[in-house]
Each structure stands twice: as C-alpha cells, then as structure tokens.
Design a binder for this molecule. Structure first.
Ligand SMILES: Nc1ncnc2c1ncn2[C@@H]1O[C@H](COP(=O)(O)OP(=O)(O)OP(=O)(O)O)[C@@H](O)[C@H]1O
Length: 257
C-alpha cells in the first residue's frame, strides 16, 4: 500500500471520556477514503488530532513519511494537509475570490505578498497565485459568484467555498468534515461529482467524514468505521456495508439513509 497518511494507535481523552481509543488506519495515496460512525463516535476528534487542532493523549500521525503528531495546524497545512470544518469557516463579509485567496495565502504567504517589495519574480509569483485562485474557483463551480459576498451565497455554494479554501492551499491530502451536511439530494450528487473531478484534476487524496451513506458508499475506495471512539471496521465499501458490527452500531442511528 502506498499510504500518504498513517494513523497509529491514536487516542484522545477528555477527562474521563475516551473520545478516541487506540485507533489505527492508513490512507492510500490517490484514494478517496471515508470515516463514518454514529454521532459522537470520534470522527471529528480524529480529524482534529490529525490536523493539530487538538493534541493526542497518545499515538502517532505520519503524513507523507514524516511524523506530524503535535505540530500546530499552520505547519500541518504548510506540509500539504488541508481541512475543511463542519461549520462554514468562510469570512462572510469578504467576496468569494477574497476568501479563496486567503486560503492560498495560508500556505504561501510570501509568494503572493512579496510584490510589495517589488521585483519581477515577486510579480510573477503573485500572478501565478491569482491564476491558481481562478482555477480553484472554476473547479468548484463558483466562478460566476467570484465577486459575491460569501455571507450571501446559497448554502450549497457556501459548502463549496469551504472546499475551495482548503483546495487553494494546494494540499496533497484534503480532509473534509461533513461537506454534504444540509445539502439536498441533487446537491449531494453534484457535490460528489465535483469531488471526483477535484481528485483527478488536482492530484488529490481525500479523507472525508460524512453521514450521507449513499455518497460515502459511492465515492469512497476505502472506509474506516468508528463507534464510541473505537475502530470497528476498515475496508472497502461493500465489506463495511455488510459488516455485522457496523450494522449493529448504526441500528437506530438517526443519520443513516
Ligand atoms: N472538546 C471536547 N471536550 C469534551 N468532550 C468532547 C470534546 N470534543 C468532543 N467531545 C466528546 O468526544 C466524543 C466524540 O466526539 P466527536 O465530535 O469526535 O464525534 P463525531 O463522531 O464527530 O460526532 P458527530 O457525528 O456528532 O459530529 C463525544 O462524546 C463528544 O461529546
């Protein structure tokens, strides 16, 4: 397996609560992998530990062959691992284009800003940065909304903007936390198609937390299932779907479609 991410024995305790217990899995380069599980299973905690938003109680995260456990989020982004959050994290008063540009600046602050100091190389870098923003905007289908204030976008477009901001950092691995939450079935399908295009066109590996089972089953090459902080299954969609432990974990869970 050519893995881009290795999660090894990751645990997180909040006081007496084991939010994540000794979880290990690998994400294969070029794949779309999913993490699923009922509410409170530890999915977001797992994302927070991988991206440095939270520090682990124990365990290790290796990205692209280098350990990133405990690195602060901005250093994780600089290494090429970006994420979106469950809640929209856009700047509501800035335009779509400005929001995406801020994403680009997260990873390459000097590339775009150094034109202040003059020089052809700096101007070239800035032009390349802006071209990259246009490319990202086109890829998620937001070009015609480029000058619209983010806070006035339709909900589905706000979700796309969240992905675009992550994508603008030019990650090799993009983590998406419930990107399809609140979308209607037609928007979910369109979103799935966009993610497949992004994977191909941006040479991306994607790790996605999502409650929409239909989307996950269709999109993912590989799925990890968490329940009460523990990994209960790990495999291809077909295997996971028929796994007795998974079926039991989801019995009565409100989000299963
Ligand atoms: N900062 C925190 N302090 C205390 N407990 C927390 C904290 N963050 C998460 N938890 C608890 O850890 C457990 C796992 O939460 P987490 O948000 O990771 O689950 P999840 O699988 O993402 O759930 P959901 O699908 O509802 O988003 C839950 O019991 C939650 O209440």
């Amino acid at each position: 397996m050519n893995s881009i991410l290795n999660v090894e024995g990751l645990s997180k305790r909040f006081g007496g609560l084991a939010a994540l217990s000794d979880v290990s899995f690998e994400v294969e380069r070029g794949h779309i992998s999913g993490i699923i599980g009922p509410n409170g299973a530890g999915k977001t905690t797992c994302f927070n530990l991988i991206t440095g938003t939270l520090s682990a109680t124990s365990g290790k995260v290796v990205f692209d062959g280098r350990e990133i456990t405990g690195l602060p989020p901005h250093q994780v982004v600089e290494r090429g691992l970006a994420r979106t959050f469950q809640a929209a994290t856009t700047f509501p008063k800035a335009t779509v284009r400005e929001n995406i540009l801020r994403g680009a600046l997260l990873r390459h602050p000097l590339g775009l800003g150094s034109s202040l100091f003059g020089g052809a190389a700096a101007r070239e870098a800035e032009a390349a940065g802006h071209a990259s923003v246009e490319e990202v905007m086109r890829a998620v289908g937001l070009t015609e909304h480029a000058d619209q204030i983010a806070g006035t976008l339709a909900y589905g477009h706000q979700k796309r903007l969240g992905v675009a901001i992550g994508l603008a950092t030019r990650p090799s691995l993009l983590l998406l936390d419930e990107p399809a939450a609140g979308l209607n079935p037609e928007e979910v399908d369109r979103f799935g198609a966009i993610l497949q295009d992004l994977k191909r066109d941006f040479n991306l590996t994607i790790l996605i937390v999502e409650h929409h089972m239909r989307l996950i089953m269709k999109l993912c090459d590989h799925i990890v299932v968490l329940d009460h902080g523990e990994k209960i299954a790990d495999g291809q969609p077909e295997d996971v779907r028929n796994d007795q432990k998974v079926i039991e974990a989801y019995l009565g869970a409100e989000h299963v479609e």
